[in-house]
Design a protein around this ligand. Structure first.
Ligand SMILES: *Cc1c(COP(=O)(O)O)cnc(C)c1O
Length: 381
């Protein structure tokens, strides 16, 4: 039998993961209601959430932007863009330097959509010059898909430069900003973004249950008749919202109530700029404290995001990840395994309801765990 969930009076472990994340008490409390999915009160909330997302994105409906919510995790949102937005004769160029870029490739394989992949190493940002050359040589490519923060490593890709190349060649630009939206101000116009995808449980700090797509309305309206899926058809989903204010199928009511509160808290923090400042200081605090005990980040700081950080394993025979993870978890801190193919790493996220004091606390717990395992720790001041 699995151990039962602790009583509500017990303190939850802090999540140092890329999502789901530690959320505020008020976000959790917002879910203590039963909402009628067809009721006008709930529909008004859905409408307000869609408006608010455009505001967080810094775009206006008057400038031709639109937002569509879709049931399911972030992956569903990315896949829905491909299943809705690629014409029968379309072809996608994917820029990949990690697991989420590779997941887009898998989606295209499953949908039997022609595609080409431009890969860089996991520690090297996607390359706008390589994209430029590819687009110049292959006029069949209609869409470009890039990942902003590749959560596999925590690397930040140059979505503005990639967007400039895409626009110069007159193609459509899809950005997976799952783990960055809300935590980095993103200039839609400057980046030339046609579709941006993110989800409820990342940097907006809501709970899992839906993804959202912020897009150019004209680009989405032009996809009529192309959809390769019924439930993941974003154009029909938009028409549903515009017809009666409702999701076409059962909405994640509780996750939406939580999200409404999470958006209010993002506002209180000063929007994406304010949130970026906290995440940035979380990240700085983390890396400084980790370096003090001799643990080194995997990425060059020039490409490192303030979302999640990969650290190299300590080089010592008595270190092993499973034992290390369990010991740190028992102290109340949940770390995240590495996903990098070429280096042994683990990851520490600093997004969610976490503050610099939590970052110092997790490093203290890591140090204790290593001492228990008899892995030498440095104590450079
Ligand atoms: C989290 C994440 C996703 C989606 O993951 P889900 O588990 O489906 O929510 C996609 N892309 C990136 C970059 C992510 O960080």
């Amino acid at each position: 039998m699995p151990t039962p969930t602790p009583l509500p009076t017990a303190k939850d472990s802090l999540l140092f993961t890329p999502g789901p994340l530690t959320t505020s008490l008020a976000v959790k409390q917002a879910m203590l209601h039963d909402a009628g999915s067809w009721h006008w009160e709930f529909n008004a909330k859905v409408k307000a959430i869609r408006e608010k997302l455009l505001a967080v994105a810094g775009v206006l409906r008057a400038d031709g932007y639109e937002t569509v919510l879709l049931q399911g995790s972030g992956t569903f949102g990315v896949e829905a863009v491909f299943l809705t937005g690629i014409p029968p004769e379309g072809k996608v160029a994917v820029l990949s330097n990690g697991a989420y870029g590779e997941r887009m490739v898998l989606m295209l394989q499953h949908a039997r959509i022609p595609h080409v992949v431009l890969r860089t190493d996991e520690d090297v940002p996607s390359d706008p010059a390589a994209l430029d050359a590819l687009l110049a040589s292959d006029p069949a490519i209609t869409h470009i898909a890039a990942v902003h923060c590749e959560t596999t490593t925590g690397i930040l890709n140059p979505i503005r430069e990639l967007g400039a190349v895409t626009r110069r060649h007159g193609r459509i630009y899809i950005v997976d900003a799952m783990s960055s939206f809300g935590a980095y101000p993103i200039d839609f116009q400057e980046c030339g973004i046609d579709y941006l995808i993110s989800s409820a449980n990342k940097c907006i700090e809501g709970v899992p249950g839906f993804s959202f797509v912020i897009c150019r309305r004209a680009v989405l309206l032009a996809t009529e008749g192309w959809a390769r899926s019924l439930s993941m058809n974003l154009l029909d989903q938009l028409k549903g919202f515009e017809k009666n204010g409702q999701f076409r199928y059962t909405p994640p009511t509780h996750a939406l109530l939580a999200f409404e509160q999470a958006l209010a808290e993002l506002d209180l923090e000063g929007g994406p700029r304010g949130r970026a400042a906290r995440y940035h200081s979380n990240h700085e605090t983390l890396v400084t404290a980790m370096r003090r005990i001799g643990l080194r980040p995997y990425l060059d700081p020039a490409h490192q995001s303030h979302i999640i950080t990969s650290f190299r394993y300590p080089e010592h025979p008595s270190y092993n990840w499973t034992d290390f993870y369990r010991r740190v978890a028992e102290k109340g801190f949940l770390l995240y395994p590495g996903k990098i193919s070429k280096a042994d790493t683990f990851r520490i996220g600093n997004i969610g309801r976490l503050f610099p004091a939590d970052m110092r606390a997790v490093v203290y717990a890591i140090r204790e765990a290593l001492v228990e395992m008899r892995v030498p720790v440095e104590t450079t001041p």
